[in-house]
Design a protein around this ligand. Structure first.
Ligand code: BES
Ligand code: MN
Ligand code: ZN
Length: 496
């Protein structure tokens, strides 16, 4: 998708998008277009009693003057309330309408709009970003889609003051690339994306200046990663750990580490999941997907920070060699775990990935992302990721990054009592708690693999990695949740 910023004359074809406000604010081009169409716009607004409510759309097809195009009026609410994220949603909603047409060009006429909370350049860049995010499609496996069914939109032009918006947008462009990468990874089926092929995709980040290291079976065995390897032992696909290193900050400064659960398919193992809905478990690598996309964003925009992304990649399958309920495994940390349920596998993978990350990189802060529990969806539905941390400052920083980007987080309890719920009769701990607080006992389990002095947060994103429904800037499917959150957390706290 080509994206441009310019104040050149509006084209006489394509889709011209005009945001309107409830308080009557309009872009400069409104009067011109109304004049050029012999008053068709104004007449349509009156006839339809268009009130410019947020997200409302009024489309005028082929009016005189722009005979081979259309004008799309989109409601933007009140101008004093329009936030940066509202501007992105506006961009996404408008472009969604254009995508269902045969228009090749969409022009956002925004010059002259002055919302209270955004300057003109921010407004333009945010609209562009939101619009681009909505154009995402995962269509590589559609071989029979008619040409006439595929969207033909090729260019989004923002009619606005140019240079500053363009500069701001360049950063969004890189973050957007990271989000698209995450959506691709999350959408891939598990016969295509498995530990080795996932690692290969990570290798492409080398182009952005990221150093990529891959640990394979024998190395992990040698390191004593019995928890992670136990999960993968029922699969014919070998497990991997991938480390992505971006050292854009001060030399020698301790990095921030991002760690992701990458279960490329979760059948539950011998504690087999029920059939209906099991296909969803192709996106049980959503944490690893978010970490990989965030690394692409961070490297792509040349962040001045030292950031390490580590992902634990395994496939959880039941076969003759699979781990059994009741097995005891030894983690790299030396602690033993009684595996009472082979479907509580994400925490086993993370136990070794987290420990290895701390031993190898001595991070000052560590954030893990995982589609860890169904229970977090019971608590928070698809509105927030669940945040577990004992560090109030880190909680604040992450919550702020969530607010700023729309990747929202809600803090959940993590206490000594939750830790007591995973006591085992025969080992150092068991991998499940009792009946209640399943997300908190999972977090407490991870907490046992965090070293003294490391500032750590666990983000349970089981409800966020996949969207069952369209959102203004996210088509149904892989959401890319977590990429902006992590990127913004790094930007706000580690760069100068
Ligand atoms: N990958 C699942 C959690 C999950 C569920 C993610 C639904 C996305 C949507 C995880 O490995 C799992 O199976 N968790 C179990 C834990 C239980 C056995 C303690 C769960 O949530 O049921
Ligand atoms: Mn599971
Ligand atoms: Zn899982």
């Amino acid at each position: 998708m080509q994206i441009t910023f310019s104040t050149a004359a509006l084209p006489k074809s394509g889709a011209v998008i005009i945001p309107l406000f409830e308080d009557g604010k309009k872009p400069k081009a409104y009067a011109d277009i109304d004049a050029a169409t012999d008053g068709a716009i104004e007449r349509a607004v009156k006839a339809a009693e268009f009130k410019a409510k947020k997200g409302a759309i009024l489309e005028i097809v082929a009016p005189a003057g722009i005979a081979n195009g259309r004008v799309i009026l989109i409601g933007a609410g009140t101008s004093k309330d329009l936030s940066a994220l509202d501007a992105e949603a506006l961009g996404g909603s408008a472009i969604n309408r254009v995508l269902s047409t045969r228009e090749k060009i969409a022009v956002f006429a925004v010059a002259g709009i002055t919302p209270k909370k955004l300057d003109a350049a921010q407004l333009a860049a945010r609209i562009a970003h939101g619009a681009r995010m909505k154009t995402y499609r995962f269509d590589k496996y559609r071989t029979k889609e008619e040409k006439t069914e595929k969207p033909v939109l090729a260019k989004i032009a923002i009619h606005s003051a140019t240079t500053k918006a363009k500069t701001i947008y360049e950063t969004f462009d890189k973050i957007g690339d990271g989000i698209f990468l995450t959506r691709d990874l999350v959408s891939e089926p598990a016969n295509v994306l498995y530990p080795a092929s996932f690692a290969k995709r990570c290798n492409e980040l080398v182009k952005l200046g990221v150093k990529v290291k891959v640990l394979s079976d024998p190395e992990m065995k040698k390191l004593g990663m019995g928890a992670l390897l136990g999960v993968g032992q029922g699969s014919v696909r070998d497990s991997k750990i991938v480390a992505m290193e971006w050292l854009g900050g001060k030399k020698g400064e301790a990095p921030v580490a991002l760690v992701g659960k990458g279960v490329t398919f979760d059948t539950g193992g011998i504690s087999l999941k029920p059939g209906p809905g099991m296909g969803d478990m192709k996106w049980d690598m959503g944490g690893a997907g978010a970490v990989t996309g965030a690394m692409a964003a961070i490297a792509g925009r040349n962040a001045k920070a030292n950031v390490i992304g580590v992902i634990g990649l395994v496939e959880n399958m039941p076969d003759g060699n699979a781990q059994r309920p009741g097995d005891v495994v030894k983690s790299m940390s030396g602690q033993t775990i009684e595996v009472l349920n082979t479907d509580a596998e994400g925490r086993l993978v993370l136990a070794d990935a987290l420990w290895w990350t701390q031993e190898t990189y001595k991070p000052k802060a560590m954030i893990d992302l995982a589609t860890l529990t169904g229970a977090i969806i019971v608590s928070l539905a698809h509105e927030f990721g669940g945040m577990f941390t004992k560090d109030d400052k880190l909680a604040k920083q992450l919550a702020a990054a969530g607010e700023a980007t729309g990747d929202l987080l809600w803090r959940m309890p993590l206490t000594k009592n939750h830790d007591e719920m995973i006591k085992s009769d025969i080992a150092d701990m068991q991998n499940i708690g009792g009946k209640g607080a399943g997300s908190s006992t999972a977090a407490a389990f991870l907490g046992r693999f965090i070293k003294e002095g490391v500032s750590w947060a666990h983000l349970d994103i089981a409800g966020m990695a996949w969207n069952e429904k369209d959102k203004p800037t996210i088509p149904k499917g892989g959401s890319g949740y977590g990429v902006r959150l992590l990127d913004e957390y790094v930007r706000a706290n580690y760069e100068g």
